[in-house]
Design a protein around this ligand. Structure first.
Ligand SMILES: Cc1ncc(COP(=O)(O)O)c(C=O)c1O
Length: 397
């Protein structure tokens, strides 16, 4: 039985739209990721999962420790349900959440917040000033791991932290150390230009060569700089962890001596944008099904919904991929629509009203912002149904 038959059979009783997670694909992706990590732990990036029961399943597998959360309210919620070791990977300006963190013994033990400048420390201090008997706040420093060349005229990587060099990192670390109520426990340096940029994109060979060259140079530069930064900061604080990388860089990041753990999330669901890397392949694990509702003309079907564009710089690669049956494509005049989406191609000839088309999202966790439930498929049956964050009434972004 091929995947389409398997998914159709397993979900025959459901009316689309709905979302599924193929557990065999998830397990296979997870074991590929731990193999690539070569024994270093993987911190699970919750933004790319956005379902608590799925996070729990992943954390129960060997090789995965801790969560990389995306907001402090999310981290507080996860900690309140018993999850542990939660690093909030992005700075927060949520005063109420900071006050709640400082007031809660368990949350303060399990959650670490991110800073990249003294302004963040000042902000946290003022947010927790009125909390009586407040707990120490665990702090991680975010370091810019981007690549800069040509005297600053070329830049690759996410624009995040202003802290780039060892002396800047040591100064900020010293600022944390001298303030009562803070404890510096970690460093994070995420190399988006390597981890999040496929080095094997379709088509354009000049672009492919340019990406590979940039990534090779960036890696070389980062190995030295990250090492220097870790050395400088460890003069000031005992670090529990040094985090780097993402799904696309697991084997490279974990090879660096200075790095103690890697973060990864997208690799579990293996969305469309992760098809374009040389070092690894994965199996599409998270899919959504839309129903065929019209057949406007020969070679065209229209499905309900579909306009689930992914975040990032806009472009056709941000659209969901019509996945099964193979051979369907968007109408260039309409793309993926708000309420309905025409699909063209030979495969449309065999589809009837009520049949489903299976899609993959371009990114991972954003799928779960569209659906309240993930139907878990093992083999050719549904074995469980679990809520997404949205299904639990939790929408953090
Ligand atoms: C700080 C940080 N670490 C790691 C990742 C990698 O996540 P993923 O494995 O989902 O690509 C990201 C993604 O944006 C990130 O922001």
């Amino acid at each position: 039985m091929d995947d389409r038959q398997r998914y159709d059979r397993a979900t025959a009783q459901l009316d689309p739209p709905f979302a599924v997670l193929d557990l065999a694909a998830l397990r296979s992706n997870a074991s590929g990721m731990t193999r690539r990590a070569g024994g270093k732990p993987i911190r699970v990036a919750s933004k790319s999962i956005r379902s608590r029961p799925v996070l729990e399943r992943i954390l129960a597998m060997d090789g995965f420790t801790g969560i990389m959360a995306f907001t402090l309210p999310e981290a507080l919620w996860l900690a309140s349900t018993g999850l542990r070791d939660i690093l909030v990977a992005y700075p927060t300006a949520d005063r109420a959440a900071l006050a709640a963190l400082a007031a809660d013994t368990r949350a303060a033990q399990e959650i670490t917040v991110m800073v990249d400048r003294t302004e963040h420390l000042d902000f946290i201090e003022s947010a927790v000033a009125d909390v009586r008997d407040r707990h120490e706040i665990r702090i991680c420093l975010d370091i810019d791991a981007g690549y800069i060349a040509l005297g600053g005229r070329f830049r690759a990587g996410a624009r995040r932290s202003p802290v780039r060099e060892a002396d800047q990192a040591a100064d900020l670390a010293a600022d944390v150390a001298k303030r009562p109520g803070f404890r510096l426990v970690g460093l994070m340096a995420y190399e988006a230009q390597i981890a999040g940029v496929g080095d094997n994109p379709p088509g354009n060979t000049a672009l492919t060569q340019a990406i590979r060259l940039m990534q090779a140079r960036s890696r070389r530069e980062l190995i030295t700089r990250r090492g220097r930064i870790v050395q400088a900061v460890t003069q000031v604080a005992d670090l529990e962890f040094v985090n780097g990388g993402g799904t696309g860089s697991i084997e490279k990041t974990t090879r660096e001596k200075a790095v103690t753990e890697v973060a990864a999330g997208s690799g579990f669901f293996h969305p469309r944008l992760f098809d374009f890397y040389r070092d690894f392949t994965g199996r599409p694990a998270a899919l959504f099904a839309l129903p065929v509702v019209r057949r406007p003309a020969p070679g065209v079907v229209t499905v309900l919904g579909g306009g689930y564009h992914a975040s990032g710089a806009p472009g056709p690669d941000r659209l969901p991929q019509p996945y099964l049956p193979c051979g369907l494509r968007y109408d260039p005049d309409e793309g993926a629509g708000e309420v309905q989406t025409p699909l063209l191609g030979q495969a449309a000839e065999d589809l009837r009203v009520g049949d489903r088309v299976w899609f993959r999202h371009a990114k991972a966790g954003e799928l779960c912002e569209r659906f309240a439930t993930l139907h878990l498929i093992d083999g050719n049956e549904i074995v469980d149904q679990v809520p997404t964050y949205r299904g639990e009434g939790q929408t953090f972004l």
